[in-house]
Design a protein around this ligand. Structure first.
Ligand code: SF4
Length: 387
């Protein structure tokens, strides 16, 4: 049963107000039965203000390289150049994978990979130079152009970016992404998960997000739940994203990603967050942003709890690939789209396929004219993929 303070909070939300940090802390303190009231309110926002639409994007995941200048203690993907399993994909190989995805009617090409490896490793710098590029971002730009010529839409996730790099990528990407992960600098301190990751310094990540806002780039970000952050740091991370979004209006999606320990990493025995924590974080994110954000939680990281995810306030299942697996969490396979469709429709939501850019960003403010026209040629009047 809710106490008076919780009832007051409930009515504040019903009246249409966004919650603040104190309210979020109150929600974190609830047990599952009390949380249900707030899950109901966050789901209600999806039904009433977001028309009950749950979207997803059918993508091809291209992990361009597993070489990375960072060394996050939870990462099972990264390799250094001396590892036999390190690689950087050549252009022909990338195009071959993309063409495979064409057969499955994928529309998004997701480039996610290690951050700026050439700034740490001579070998990579020389290889890129041999291929005619001065950086991995230049190489990425070229690949995005090629993908565009094939008729698909890139979404790049290459780590922190400078203004010139964002400018280089803007007109060949439908959207760009960078997980904030967490605002806490504490996580970069000695013994923290980001001690050896210069690219994970929060102010640098916020700088990239802010530059993207100035350049009017549709931007995806999110937080990583359970890597050693406190509840307050998690809320502060959501609130800083909100501040940026209020200033620039460019955050198209927030991902609430739960940490999953990977074997053979320094954090392999670090406990994963319990699902109630994940649920509360999604509810809180929805109630902080209300209808002003698209909210996603990766279904492959929560396969046993898809119905609960749906009833916590998400309105997107994220990128689902029928061709490639999740290279960052390789043991976590994507659910089948038919399965997502069944669950979504069981709860009277409507499942719609989107591009890597959300419908409300398909306009002159966020897209160069030629890219907007190309996108408009494949979407319906609501901005989702034509049937
Ligand atoms: S998590 Fe990303 S940034 Fe960190 S080491 Fe792995 S690839 Fe690099």
């Amino acid at each position: 049963m809710l106490n008076t303070e919780n009832m007051e909070l409930l009515f504040k939300i019903i009246k249409g107000e966004a919650i603040n940090k104190e309210d979020a802390l109150t929600i974190y303190s609830l047990d599952k039965s009390s949380l249900l009231y707030f899950m109901y309110l966050s789901t209600n926002i999806v039904f009433n203000q977001l028309e009950g639409i749950i979207s997803f994007s059918k993508n091809i995941f291209i992990p361009l390289t597993n070489l990375c200048r960072n060394n996050c203690l939870y990462c099972g993907f990264r390799r250094s150049p001396n590892d036999n399993s390190s690689y950087i994909l050549e252009k022909d190989k990338v195009i071959e994978i993309v063409k495979k995805g064409l057969k499955y009617n994928c529309k998004e090409v997701l480039f996610t990979f290690g951050e700026k490896p050439e700034t740490k490793y001579d070998k990579i710098r020389k290889l890129l130079k041999k291929w005619g590029y001065s950086s991995i971002i230049e190489y990425l730009r070229d690949l995005c152009e090629e993908v565009g010529k094939i008729g698909l839409f890139p979404h790049s996730n290459p780590g922190i970016l400078e203004k010139e790099e964002l400018e280089l990528l803007k007109d060949v990407n439908a959207s760009i992404g960078l997980m904030l992960e967490n605002i806490s600098h504490r996580l970069c301190d000695k013994g923290g998960p980001h001690e050896f990751s210069p690219g994970k310094v929060p102010k640098l990540r916020i700088n990239t997000m802010e530059l993207a806002g100035k350049l009017k780039i549709p931007f995806t970000t999110g937080i990583l739940v359970g890597i050693g952050e406190t509840v307050e740091e998690r809320i502060d991370s959501l609130l800083i994203i909100k501040k940026l979004h209020e200033k620039y209006g460019h955050i198209q999606e927030i991902i609430i990603q739960n940490f999953v320990p990977q074997e053979n990493t320094p954090m392999g025995s670090h406990p994963a967050p319990d699902f109630l924590t994940v649920l509360k974080t999604i509810v809180i994110a929805r109630l902080i942003f209300r209808e002003n954000i698209n909210l996603q939680a990766p279904p492959n990281l929560n396969l046993k709890n898809l119905s609960d995810l749906l009833l916590s306030g998400i309105n997107d299942w994220g990128g689902i690939s029928p061709v490639t697996h999740d290279f960052i969490n390789p043991e976590m396979s994507w659910p089948k789209i038919s399965e997502l469709s069944r669950i979504t429709e069981n709860f009277y939501f409507k499942l719609k396929e989107r591009l890597p850019i959300y419908p409300s960003f398909i306009n002159d403010k966020f897209l160069p004219k030629f890219l907007k026209e190309k996108i408009l040629s494949v979407v319906d009047e609501e901005g989702y993929l034509k049937e």
